[in-house]
Design a protein around this ligand. Structure first.
Ligand SMILES: NC(=O)c1ccc[n+]([C@@H]2O[C@H](COP(=O)([O-])OP(=O)(O)OC[C@H]3O[C@@H](n4cnc5c(N)ncnc54)[C@H](OP(=O)(O)O)[C@@H]3O)[C@@H](O)[C@H]2O)c1
Length: 255
Protein backbone atom coordinates (compact mmCIF):
# COMPACT_ATOMS: atom_id res chain seq x y z
CA UNK A 1 0.00 0.00 0.00
CA UNK A 2 1.22 3.53 -0.77
CA UNK A 3 2.63 5.38 2.22
CA UNK A 4 1.34 8.86 2.90
CA UNK A 5 3.60 11.85 3.56
CA UNK A 6 2.32 15.18 4.86
CA UNK A 7 4.28 18.32 4.03
CA UNK A 8 3.32 21.61 5.68
CA UNK A 9 4.20 24.83 3.89
CA UNK A 10 4.05 23.00 0.56
CA UNK A 11 2.88 25.99 -1.48
CA UNK A 12 6.40 27.32 -2.17
CA UNK A 13 10.14 26.88 -1.71
CA UNK A 14 11.47 23.93 0.27
CA UNK A 15 8.00 22.54 1.03
CA UNK A 16 6.93 22.43 -2.64
CA UNK A 17 10.25 20.86 -3.67
CA UNK A 18 9.90 18.30 -0.89
CA UNK A 19 6.35 17.43 -1.94
CA UNK A 20 7.52 16.91 -5.55
CA UNK A 21 10.47 14.81 -4.45
CA UNK A 22 8.52 12.63 -2.01
CA UNK A 23 5.88 11.99 -4.67
CA UNK A 24 8.67 10.92 -7.02
CA UNK A 25 9.88 8.57 -4.27
CA UNK A 26 6.45 6.89 -4.31
CA UNK A 27 4.64 8.59 -1.41
CA UNK A 28 1.10 9.87 -1.75
CA UNK A 29 1.68 13.46 -0.60
CA UNK A 30 -0.74 15.61 1.36
CA UNK A 31 0.44 19.09 0.42
CA UNK A 32 -0.68 21.53 3.11
CA UNK A 33 -0.55 25.33 3.21
CA UNK A 34 -2.88 28.32 3.17
CA UNK A 35 -2.61 29.22 -0.55
CA UNK A 36 -4.73 26.54 -2.15
CA UNK A 37 -4.30 27.90 -5.69
CA UNK A 38 -0.58 27.19 -5.39
CA UNK A 39 -1.28 23.74 -4.00
CA UNK A 40 -3.65 22.91 -6.86
CA UNK A 41 -0.89 23.77 -9.35
CA UNK A 42 1.58 21.64 -7.43
CA UNK A 43 -0.76 18.64 -7.38
CA UNK A 44 -1.23 18.93 -11.16
CA UNK A 45 2.53 19.07 -11.61
CA UNK A 46 3.03 15.98 -9.42
CA UNK A 47 0.32 14.07 -11.28
CA UNK A 48 1.78 15.03 -14.65
CA UNK A 49 5.07 13.52 -13.46
CA UNK A 50 3.31 10.25 -12.58
CA UNK A 51 2.89 10.80 -8.83
CA UNK A 52 -0.12 11.33 -6.59
CA UNK A 53 -0.92 14.11 -4.16
CA UNK A 54 -3.80 15.87 -2.46
CA UNK A 55 -3.99 19.58 -1.69
CA UNK A 56 -5.11 20.37 1.85
CA UNK A 57 -5.88 23.91 2.96
CA UNK A 58 -4.13 24.31 6.29
CA UNK A 59 -3.13 27.17 8.54
CA UNK A 60 -0.73 25.76 11.13
CA UNK A 61 -1.57 28.63 13.51
CA UNK A 62 -5.14 27.34 13.84
CA UNK A 63 -6.11 24.33 15.97
CA UNK A 64 -9.24 23.75 13.87
CA UNK A 65 -7.37 23.90 10.59
CA UNK A 66 -4.73 21.42 11.79
CA UNK A 67 -7.52 19.11 13.02
CA UNK A 68 -8.87 19.19 9.45
CA UNK A 69 -5.42 18.23 8.19
CA UNK A 70 -5.45 15.25 10.55
CA UNK A 71 -8.90 14.28 9.25
CA UNK A 72 -7.60 14.48 5.67
CA UNK A 73 -4.71 12.23 6.69
CA UNK A 74 -7.16 9.67 8.05
CA UNK A 75 -8.98 9.67 4.72
CA UNK A 76 -5.74 9.32 2.72
CA UNK A 77 -5.13 6.17 0.69
CA UNK A 78 -2.57 4.46 2.91
CA UNK A 79 -0.69 4.51 6.20
CA UNK A 80 0.65 7.91 7.29
CA UNK A 81 4.36 7.32 7.74
CA UNK A 82 5.91 10.78 7.30
CA UNK A 83 5.23 14.30 8.55
CA UNK A 84 7.48 17.10 7.34
CA UNK A 85 7.06 20.16 9.55
CA UNK A 86 8.31 22.73 7.08
CA UNK A 87 5.88 25.68 7.36
CA UNK A 88 7.71 28.64 8.78
CA UNK A 89 9.89 31.59 8.07
CA UNK A 90 11.39 34.80 9.36
CA UNK A 91 9.95 38.27 9.77
CA UNK A 92 12.26 41.24 10.20
CA UNK A 93 15.99 41.65 10.76
CA UNK A 94 15.79 44.05 13.67
CA UNK A 95 17.97 44.03 16.75
CA UNK A 96 16.43 42.64 19.92
CA UNK A 97 16.40 46.22 21.20
CA UNK A 98 13.80 47.28 18.65
CA UNK A 99 12.32 44.06 17.25
CA UNK A 100 8.58 44.18 16.63
CA UNK A 101 6.60 42.05 19.08
CA UNK A 102 4.19 41.13 16.27
CA UNK A 103 7.04 39.75 14.15
CA UNK A 104 8.31 37.64 17.06
CA UNK A 105 4.79 36.40 17.78
CA UNK A 106 4.29 35.40 14.13
CA UNK A 107 7.61 33.56 14.02
CA UNK A 108 6.86 31.71 17.24
CA UNK A 109 3.33 30.81 16.21
CA UNK A 110 4.15 29.51 12.72
CA UNK A 111 7.53 27.85 13.30
CA UNK A 112 7.17 26.57 16.85
CA UNK A 113 3.49 26.19 17.68
CA UNK A 114 2.78 25.17 14.08
CA UNK A 115 5.23 22.31 14.48
CA UNK A 116 3.69 21.45 17.84
CA UNK A 117 0.12 21.50 16.52
CA UNK A 118 0.85 19.37 13.45
CA UNK A 119 2.99 16.92 15.42
CA UNK A 120 0.36 16.45 18.12
CA UNK A 121 -2.40 16.01 15.56
CA UNK A 122 -0.54 13.51 13.35
CA UNK A 123 1.38 11.52 15.95
CA UNK A 124 -1.38 8.92 16.51
CA UNK A 125 -1.50 8.10 12.78
CA UNK A 126 2.29 8.04 12.49
CA UNK A 127 2.55 5.67 15.44
CA UNK A 128 -0.27 3.48 14.16
CA UNK A 129 1.65 3.01 10.89
CA UNK A 130 4.29 1.12 12.87
CA UNK A 131 7.08 3.03 11.11
CA UNK A 132 6.54 6.77 11.48
CA UNK A 133 8.94 9.63 10.79
CA UNK A 134 8.68 13.22 11.91
CA UNK A 135 10.92 15.72 10.14
CA UNK A 136 11.35 19.18 11.61
CA UNK A 137 12.81 21.81 9.29
CA UNK A 138 14.66 24.07 11.70
CA UNK A 139 17.75 25.99 10.54
CA UNK A 140 21.37 26.69 11.32
CA UNK A 141 19.67 29.49 13.30
CA UNK A 142 18.48 26.64 15.52
CA UNK A 143 21.94 26.36 17.06
CA UNK A 144 23.63 29.69 16.45
CA UNK A 145 22.66 33.36 16.57
CA UNK A 146 23.40 36.39 14.46
CA UNK A 147 22.77 40.12 14.78
CA UNK A 148 19.23 40.97 13.75
CA UNK A 149 18.22 37.32 13.85
CA UNK A 150 17.10 37.17 17.49
CA UNK A 151 13.43 36.41 16.87
CA UNK A 152 14.08 33.88 14.11
CA UNK A 153 16.88 32.19 16.07
CA UNK A 154 14.67 32.05 19.16
CA UNK A 155 11.95 30.30 17.14
CA UNK A 156 14.36 27.92 15.40
CA UNK A 157 16.13 27.12 18.71
CA UNK A 158 12.67 26.24 20.05
CA UNK A 159 12.00 23.90 17.09
CA UNK A 160 15.37 22.28 17.75
CA UNK A 161 14.34 21.84 21.39
CA UNK A 162 11.09 20.18 20.28
CA UNK A 163 13.00 17.75 18.04
CA UNK A 164 15.43 16.74 20.80
CA UNK A 165 12.75 16.45 23.46
CA UNK A 166 10.41 14.48 21.23
CA UNK A 167 13.16 12.00 20.32
CA UNK A 168 13.69 11.29 24.01
CA UNK A 169 9.99 11.02 24.74
CA UNK A 170 9.26 8.71 21.80
CA UNK A 171 12.19 6.38 22.50
CA UNK A 172 10.83 2.82 22.40
CA UNK A 173 7.92 3.78 20.16
CA UNK A 174 7.98 3.35 16.35
CA UNK A 175 8.40 7.02 15.43
CA UNK A 176 11.77 8.58 14.65
CA UNK A 177 12.50 12.31 14.77
CA UNK A 178 14.79 13.98 12.27
CA UNK A 179 15.92 17.60 12.36
CA UNK A 180 17.04 19.32 9.16
CA UNK A 181 19.11 22.48 9.63
CA UNK A 182 19.71 24.33 6.36
CA UNK A 183 21.96 27.36 6.06
CA UNK A 184 21.47 29.81 3.21
CA UNK A 185 18.83 28.58 0.75
CA UNK A 186 17.76 30.78 -2.15
CA UNK A 187 13.99 30.38 -2.33
CA UNK A 188 11.61 32.82 -4.00
CA UNK A 189 9.69 33.91 -0.94
CA UNK A 190 11.73 33.47 2.25
CA UNK A 191 13.50 36.83 1.87
CA UNK A 192 10.37 38.60 0.65
CA UNK A 193 8.49 37.47 3.75
CA UNK A 194 11.41 38.47 5.97
CA UNK A 195 11.67 41.96 4.46
CA UNK A 196 7.96 42.72 4.04
CA UNK A 197 8.01 42.28 0.25
CA UNK A 198 11.19 44.34 -0.36
CA UNK A 199 12.79 42.43 -3.27
CA UNK A 200 16.07 44.41 -3.16
CA UNK A 201 16.67 43.54 0.49
CA UNK A 202 15.71 39.94 -0.17
CA UNK A 203 18.15 39.71 -3.10
CA UNK A 204 20.98 41.29 -1.07
CA UNK A 205 21.05 38.21 1.18
CA UNK A 206 22.43 36.17 -1.72
CA UNK A 207 24.57 38.92 -3.31
CA UNK A 208 27.83 37.54 -4.71
CA UNK A 209 27.04 33.99 -3.58
CA UNK A 210 27.30 32.11 -6.84
CA UNK A 211 25.72 28.91 -5.61
CA UNK A 212 23.51 29.16 -2.54
CA UNK A 213 21.49 26.06 -1.78
CA UNK A 214 18.20 25.78 -3.63
CA UNK A 215 14.97 24.20 -2.41
CA UNK A 216 15.68 20.94 -4.25
CA UNK A 217 18.95 20.51 -2.32
CA UNK A 218 17.09 20.56 0.98
CA UNK A 219 14.33 18.33 -0.41
CA UNK A 220 17.06 15.88 -1.39
CA UNK A 221 18.35 15.84 2.21
CA UNK A 222 14.85 15.36 3.62
CA UNK A 223 14.07 12.56 1.17
CA UNK A 224 17.38 10.82 1.88
CA UNK A 225 16.82 10.88 5.65
CA UNK A 226 13.19 9.78 5.34
CA UNK A 227 13.94 6.86 3.03
CA UNK A 228 16.69 5.23 5.16
CA UNK A 229 15.65 1.94 6.76
CA UNK A 230 13.38 2.81 9.67
CA UNK A 231 15.85 1.79 12.38
CA UNK A 232 18.31 4.41 11.06
CA UNK A 233 17.60 7.73 12.77
CA UNK A 234 19.49 10.67 11.32
CA UNK A 235 19.08 12.87 14.40
CA UNK A 236 20.19 16.07 12.76
CA UNK A 237 21.41 17.04 9.33
CA UNK A 238 23.16 20.40 8.92
CA UNK A 239 23.48 21.51 5.30
CA UNK A 240 24.96 24.74 3.95
CA UNK A 241 26.24 25.95 0.59
CA UNK A 242 29.98 25.55 0.07
CA UNK A 243 30.33 29.33 0.15
CA UNK A 244 28.91 29.56 3.69
CA UNK A 245 31.41 28.26 6.24
CA UNK A 246 29.42 29.75 9.10
CA UNK A 247 26.59 32.23 9.60
CA UNK A 248 29.11 35.10 9.65
CA UNK A 249 31.56 33.67 7.08
CA UNK A 250 30.16 33.77 3.55
CA UNK A 251 32.32 33.92 0.44
CA UNK A 252 30.87 36.62 -1.86
CA UNK A 253 32.43 37.13 -5.28
CA UNK A 254 33.45 40.75 -5.87
CA UNK A 255 33.06 41.81 -2.25
N1 LIG B 1 15.30 29.79 2.82
C1 LIG B 1 16.21 29.64 3.75
O1 LIG B 1 17.33 30.19 3.67
C2 LIG B 1 15.96 28.72 4.93
C3 LIG B 1 17.06 28.33 5.70
C4 LIG B 1 16.87 27.50 6.80
C5 LIG B 1 15.60 27.09 7.13
N2 LIG B 1 14.53 27.50 6.38
C6 LIG B 1 13.19 27.06 6.79
O2 LIG B 1 12.64 26.26 5.76
C7 LIG B 1 11.21 26.37 5.79
C8 LIG B 1 10.73 26.74 4.39
O3 LIG B 1 11.34 27.95 3.99
P1 LIG B 1 11.34 28.47 2.47
O4 LIG B 1 12.65 29.10 2.22
O5 LIG B 1 10.85 27.42 1.57
O6 LIG B 1 10.29 29.67 2.60
P2 LIG B 1 8.92 29.99 1.83
O7 LIG B 1 9.06 29.74 0.37
O8 LIG B 1 8.52 31.36 2.30
O9 LIG B 1 7.92 28.89 2.39
C9 LIG B 1 7.23 29.02 3.59
C10 LIG B 1 6.02 28.12 3.54
O10 LIG B 1 5.37 28.17 4.81
C11 LIG B 1 3.99 28.30 4.58
N3 LIG B 1 3.32 28.96 5.69
C12 LIG B 1 3.55 30.20 6.21
N4 LIG B 1 2.67 30.45 7.17
C13 LIG B 1 1.86 29.36 7.27
C14 LIG B 1 0.74 29.02 8.05
N5 LIG B 1 0.26 29.86 8.98
N6 LIG B 1 0.15 27.82 7.87
C15 LIG B 1 0.62 26.96 6.94
N7 LIG B 1 1.67 27.22 6.15
C16 LIG B 1 2.27 28.41 6.32
C17 LIG B 1 3.86 29.11 3.30
O11 LIG B 1 2.62 28.79 2.66
P3 LIG B 1 1.30 29.70 2.66
O12 LIG B 1 1.74 31.13 2.73
O13 LIG B 1 0.62 29.31 1.39
O14 LIG B 1 0.53 29.24 3.86
C18 LIG B 1 5.01 28.55 2.49
O15 LIG B 1 4.60 27.42 1.75
C19 LIG B 1 10.89 27.40 6.88
O16 LIG B 1 10.59 26.72 8.08
C20 LIG B 1 12.19 28.17 7.01
O17 LIG B 1 12.31 28.78 8.28
C21 LIG B 1 14.68 28.30 5.27
Amino acid sequence: MTSVAIVTGASSGIGAATARRLAAEGFHVLAAARRTDRLAGLVKEIEAAGGTATAVACDVTSDESVAELAAAAQAAPGPVTLLVNNAGGARGLDPVESGAIGDWQWMYDVNVLGTLRATQALLPALEASGAGTIVIVSSTAGFTVYEGGGGYAAAKHAQTAIAGTLRLELCGRPVRVIEIDPGMVRTDEFGLVRFGGNADKAAATYAGVSEPLVAEDVADCIAWCATRPHHVNVDRLVVRPLAQAAQHKVHRVGQ
